[in-house]
Design a protein around this ligand. Structure first.
Ligand SMILES: [Fe+2]
Ligand SMILES: [Fe+2]
Length: 121
């Protein structure tokens, strides 16, 4: 994935998330990958949300709701049959990839700008 942010921590974590989402496509499917993605996404979302709270970010609620929807999608996927085939692997991976790309190039860029203008970058 192209660079997503001038905040090094934010871009680095986005790159890891994209890599994990890519790994969902690997055959044979490793069920642990969804768990690793869930933990890493939680780590990343929690850090963004900490910045939002500490800096009094005005669009905090909307952004956290978007994170919550991703959390719910991932939780539902963790209930998926671990023997799923390549078609389902590809579908899940593509869905998450598109969601994350829209998120990091949209709502996350607004947060990035806000953090860059603060003293906390
Ligand atoms: Fe992000
Ligand atoms: Fe975000």
């Amino acid at each position: 994935m192209q660079k997503t942010s001038d905040l090094i921590w934010q871009d680095t974590q986005h790159q890891v998330l994209f890599e994990l989402i890519d790994q969902i496509k690997v055959v044979p499917f490793d069920p642990d990958i969804l768990l690793r993605l869930k933990f890493y996404a939680e780590h990343h979302f929690a850090l963004e949300e900490t910045y939002m709270v500490k800096l009094g970010y005005p669009d905090k609620d909307e952004h956290i709701e978007a994170h919550d929807r991703f959390r719910e999608e991932l939780a539902a996927m963790l209930d998926t049959d671990p023997t799923m085939g390549t078609f389902l692997q590809d579908s899940l991976s593509d869905f998450l990839y598109k969601w994350l790309k829209l998120h990091v190039l949209g709502i996350d860029k607004q947060l990035e700008d806000f953090v860059m203008e603060s003293d906390s970058k």
